[in-house]
Design a protein around this ligand. Sequence first.
Ligand code: SF4
Length: 319
Amino acid sequence: MEAFLLRIIGRSDNNDIATVYIGEFDRGKYVEFVESIQPPISRKEKWVFLVSVLYGCPVRCSMCDAGGDYSGPLSKEDIFAQIDYLARSRYPDGQVPAKKFKIQFARMGEPALNPAVIEVLRELPALYPNPGLLPALSTVAPRQGKSFMEELLQVKQRLYQDGRFQLQFSIHSTDNTVRDRIIPVEKWSFEEIAAFGERFWQEGDRKITLNFAIAKGFPFKTDILKKHFDPDHFLIKITPVNPTYQARKNSLESYIDPYEPDAEYSIVSSLKKAGFDVIVSIGEVEENHIGSNCGQYVQRHINSKIHLKNAYSYHKNLY
Ligand code: SF4
């Protein structure tokens, strides 16, 4: 691999839950990447990385602080630099012992816009031959990413069969006009996502996740999902809209209350009634303070003149 220099210039952490690293490459480009665990599950049981794949993101979803300021894709080496830093900071020989070792291509940047992610996926099992290795890719399904998705399907079939890959489509609303407003890029329709998913899913695979970070007022109709998606091959994940500057700017208030983990939601019951597996993924509220949750981006906080309530409280050693 090409030589690179990744310098850590800051971090935001609670060592018992998650650490966000801010790194600067020698070319003067900045990234953020995250390692996390899910208490009470130990790091040896499950260890999760989130790495950046683009410098900024051209999509600019309405609840995501990582969107905007797009200045190009990360190279394969830049992506591996983040993975290697995280793995080797705890295990210098690179032998990660975690029973489940999940690497999410999900911190900054839409992965389907960067072919280097496919190169990383091709080389990952040889470089990290952990039987629990589980790459996870979340996409908003941009039309521009069609050839990426076809290559992804081939890589999954060759290297990640039998449940060793997790694919997620982030959708957020069943109403196309609202979906276009939240994710302002040309995207696959529900028909196209469903058709691709049916080709992607094979016996033994994990169900494909349809993710909805629902804000109050986002239209959501279970029968639209039922019409397009087979509950035997797709599951639904409902997540809070996390406290981000973009969510505040766009007046998005979360439908899911992260401080009420046992609350019941009519959307969840109706999905279950329709036969879908449903995950209400709240995670640790503490991660909002660390800035490690989905859609958060610590550098947005550093550059902001206002401060958000209940978010981005722990950054250190910056600049
Ligand atoms: S959610 Fe993903 S695709 Fe949307 S702006 Fe953020 S990084 Fe880009």
